[in-house]
Every structure is written in structure tokens, then in C-alpha cells.
Design a protein. Structure first.
Length: 508
């Protein structure tokens, strides 16, 4: 076996992940995710696709300015306008990267571009040349590479390396390849492309067949040195390769892969919770590494084995990804200082005023709930971070419900110091609450999904509601937490409605 290689972890949670329907995050949330990624020591952060919207541009710009450590990358189609926009968004980063792409498969060339391969090649080369005149670090992606003819793929890769590309990315854009085929493509490219040693070879896998992680690992075995991935595997359609899966597979199976990463794995769980909360995408309980049950040993035989020796059924420890067994050290008597230390320990870096707000929320929770767990604190803090200044926030709610009355609700919301109050009825108490909110905000939407789960055990557990609303064919997700499920529902609904309002404001 060759000697250990260092694998570059390229995180695209903020670009590919955020592109998933309903996963959009606010500017503040994106910055917070970027800071978390930097703390985790990812090598590259793809911060967004600046030409696509004002918000994307601004997010890239602020991340480039504020987040230190990783390379900050922005996406651009192989067009001058896109590249200019990407450059302007990230030029203040210490290590800026422009990532340009063009499709190389016959299907895309014929149906999407209506061009010849030679024309596509010229566009790709020109784009890379132009990007390389602006920054040193240029990545080129051959979109739909796994369905491209290897002859053409090799030609274009060789040409863009000559034009100045320093990283070549081979995406499985539609999640179609399988591990053996993918490693063959990577090996074949390394053989055919004469100047391949002048660039870093990268892969970007999608999970349409559930193979994103397996394909990424196969590519590493075949010689790829950069993996593009996202926290929790969020991404278009069925998502992308999950950062936590790729990184932990390399860490746990050092014997199988002669490769390491720079990732501080103890930050994984915190990042996972954060991204789940901000996007409103709940994590399935059996999700590898970060799912609720990933380290739960229920059956008697397993528990018995675990008690005798953890290694009997545990291939990695929950502590290795920063999942401590929930400790219940917080309660009504916890002081400000203890609380703010806890926040730091849980990976939050909040300003003083925000800590103060969270402390008040914590005390309110501790009044209702005797034992406050880490997960409860994470839930209320993430819930609070979902708010921005111009948003509607809950001031007061009253619900009337029962098995022989028409459910009705009164809701008072606040925005920029003004109060708004409305009452409405509905099919149930939740419906009545949402109808009252609609009357205030004037936004009519359809409820997409609605899900509720307990953050920790016990009857007084904090309930977390995740839902999505559909407005003008666009989906917005929201999340809210409270010991009262109706309040959690209302907060989640407000979170989604606020996102929808913000989007509309920016669009107009
Ligand atoms: Zn993708």
C-alpha cells in the first residue's frame, strides 16, 4: 500500500445542500454554519453560487471576509458574468477559489446546450483561463462526468489543466454510478490525462441510489484526493455524500484506506444538529453516525455485551463525534456563567446580548422542566437563532380546543416593535393558530409536511416541530421548539413564514 494521503474535505452544505428544495438558510445562519465548518477544520467551504441571487452573493462575500482558515470557494457557470460575480464575492478571502463548471455528457451537450463537444470544450477552457487570471486557485467540474464519454472527458480535463485549473472535479451529478465503475473512471482518467499530476483530483457524488458515500470511498481508493460532501448529506434530490460518513469511514477503517483528513471529528455532531435545525431537515433516526439511534443499544444481548466491553458492538465511540451521553447538570439554579460556559462547550459562539436572550429562554424552560439536557439547550438556542430583526415573533397565544367545540385561537405577534393581533378558527387547534398567523402576515400558503418529535425523554420533554409550507410553488421549511407542542408548532410556522417573507422582499 502507498503511504498515507491527506484527503481534502470540500464542504458544499452552503451551496449544494442549500439548493435542496426547502433548505434555504438566512444570511446569519449561513455565517454560523461556515464558522462551525471552519472550527471543524474542513479544507474548503463552498459558500454559494453568487450569480444566482443577491442573498447568495452576500453570503459568499461575508463568509469570505469573516471566516478564517479554510479556502472559500464560489460557484460559477462557464460564463464571464458568473465568474466576475464569483470573484467579486470571494476576493477578500485569504484563500479564494473560483469553481466553474460545464456539462460534458452527450445528453447534456445535445439537450441542454445544443452545442458541439468542441464548442463546449472551448467554453470550458476560456472560463478556466479567465478565472485563473483573477485567482490562483481554480476548480473545474465536468458536470454529469459519470455519463460522459471517457475520450471527451479526458480531453477536456487535459485542456482545462493546461488553461490553469488546479482542481479537477468529477461529479456523479445524477447519482447514477456504482463503486466499481466509478473507481474505473478515476483510474482511466489518471492514465489518459498526461498532465493530471498538475491538479488535485476531486469527486462529488449524489445519493440517488444510496451510493454517494460508497462511490466517494471507491474514488479515494482509485486516487482521488478531494471529496465534496455536505453535513447530514443534504443536497439536491436524495442529497450528497455525507461528510460525517466519509470522514468517519476513513477514521474508523484506517486499515482499509491509506488516507487521513484534517477534520476535528468531535465537532461533527454539533454541526449536524445545527444544519438540521437551520434547514428544517430532520435526521432519520437510523442515519449513519448522526442519527438518534446510531449509538443506541436496545436489545438485551447487545446491552449485556456493551456492559462487558464496549468493543463488542461499538466500532466507534459517540464521544469521537462529540456526542456525550446527555448530562443533566443544568437546572433552575444554573447561573449565567455556568450557562454561557455550557454554550461554548456545545459549540456555540454567541455575542453577549444573544447569550443573555438565550439565558432568559433557558430559565423559562427550566421553570417548566426540572432536568435540562444538552439536547434541550441545543434546541432552544437553535430555535432562537432562527430569528432575525425584521421577523414576526410570537408575543402571545391562546387556544380553545376540545372534542365538542370549534377550535379557535388568538395570536399576537410582534415585528419592529409593533403588535398585531388576530383570532381565527380552524379544523384543529394547530390549524386555528396558523389561520390567525395568516390573517396577520397576509401570506397564504399550503402546509407541506408537519412533524413533531421529543428532543429528550419524559413527559415534560421539549417538543420540536418541523414543517414546511408551500407558497407560489416554492417550499419553505421551519422549525420550533417548546415544552408546549402548540407553541412549538406556531414557532415553526412563523419560522417558515418569515423565510417566505424574506425571500419575497429580496425578489421584489
Ligand atoms: Zn451536486
Amino acid at each position: 500500500m502507498s503511504k498515507e494521503r491527506n484527503i481534502i474535505i470540500f464542504d458544499t452544505t452552503l451551496r449544494d445542500g442549500e439548493q435542496a428544495p426547502g433548505a434555504s438558510m438566512s444570511l446569519e445562519q449561513k455565517l454560523d454554519v461556515a464558522r462551525t465548518l471552519a472550527k471543524m477544520k474542513v479544507d474548503v467551504i463552498e459558500a454559494g453560487f453568487p450569480i444566482s441571487s443577491e442573498v447568495q452573493f452576500e453570503a459568499c462575500r461575508q463568509i469570505a471576509k469573516e471566516v478564517k482558515g479554510p479556502v472559500i470557494c464560489a460557484l460559477a457557470r462557464a460564463v464571464k458574468g458568473d465568474i466576475d460575480s464569483a470573484y467579486n464575492a470571494i476576493k477578500h478571502a485569504a484563500k479564494p477559489r473560483i469553481h466553474t463548471f460545464i456539462a460534458t455528457s452527450d445528453i447534456h451537450i445535445k439537450h441542454k446546450f445544443k452545442k458541439t463537444p468542441a464548442e463546449v470544450m472551448k467554453l470550458g477552457v476560456d472560463a478556466v483561463k479567465y478565472a485563473a487570471s483573477l485567482v490562483k486557485d481554480v476548480e473545474f467540474s465536468a458536470e454529469d462526468a459519470t455519463r460522459s464519454r471517457i475520450e471527451f472527458l479526458s480531453e477536456i480535463v487535459e485542456a482545462v489543466i493546461d488553461a490553469g485549473a488546479t482542481t479537477i472535479n468529477i461529479p456523479d451529478t445524477v447519482g447514477y454510478t456504482v463503486p466499481s465503475e466509478f473507481s474505473a473512471i478515476i483510474r482511466e482518467l489518471s492514465k489518459r490525462v498526461k498532465n493530471i499530476d498538475k491538479a488535485v483530483l476531486s469527486v462529488h457524488c449524489h445519493n440517488d441510489l444510496g451510493l454517494a458515500t460508497a462511490n466517494s470511498l471507491a474514488a479515494i481508493e482509485a486516487g482521488a484526493t478531494q471529496i465534496e460532501c455536505t453535513i447530514n448529506g443534504v443536497g439536491e434530490r436524495a442529497g450528497s455524500a455525507a461528510l460525517e460518513e466519509v470522514v468517519m469511514a476513513l477514521a474508523v477503517r484506517k486499515d482499509a484506506f491509506p488516507a487521513t483528513t484534517n477534520i476535528v471529528t468531535r465537532e461533527i455532531y454539533n454541526a449536524s444538529k445545527k444544519v438540521s435545525s437551520y434547514t428544517g431537515f430532520t435526521i432519520q433516526p437510523n442515519k449513519a453516525i448522526v442519527g438518534k439511534n446510531a449509538f443506541a443499544h436496545e436489545s438485551g444481548i447487545h446491552q449485556d455485551g456493551m456492559l462487558k466491553s464496549r468493543e463488542t458492538y461499538e466500532i466507534m465511540t459517540p464521544e469521537s463525534i462529540g456526542r456525550e451521553s446527555s448530562s443533566l447538570i443544568m437546572g433552575r439554579h444554573t447561573g449565567r456563567h455556568g450557562f454561557s460556559e455550557k454554550l461554548v462547550q456545545l459549540g456555540f459562539s454567541l455575542e453577549k446580548s444573544a447569550v443573555e436572550t438565550m439565558y432568559t429562554r433557558f430559565l423559562q424552560l427550566a421553570d417548566k422542566k426540572k432536568e435540562v439536557y444538552d439536547d434541550d439547550i441545543i434546541a432552544i438556542v437553535n430555535d432562537g437563532l432562527n430569528l432575525t430583526a425584521a421577523d414576526f415573533t410570537l408575543d402571545y397565544m391562546h387556544v380553545l380546543s376540545g372534542n365538542s367545540v370549534i377550535p379557535s385561537a388568538t395570536v399576537r405577534l410582534k415585528k419592529d416593535g409593533t403588535s398585531y393581533e388576530e383570532a381565527a378558527s380552524g379544523d384543529g387547534p394547530v390549524d386555528a393558530l396558523f389561520n390567525a398567523v395568516d390573517k396577520i402576515t397576509g401570506i397564504k400558503s399550503k402546509l407541506g409536511d408537519y412533524e413533531i418529535h421529543a428532543v429528550t425523554g419524559g413527559k415534560d420533554a421539549v417538543g420540536e416541530v418541523s414543517l414546511s409550507i408551500i407558497h407560489d410553488d416554492e417550499r419553505f421549511s421551519g422549525r420550533g421548539a417548546s415544552t408546549d407542542v402548540l407553541e412549538a408548532s406556531l414557532k415553526a410556522y412563523l419560522n417558515a413564514v418569515n423565510k417566505c417573507r424574506n425571500r419575497k422582499k429580496k425578489a421584489s
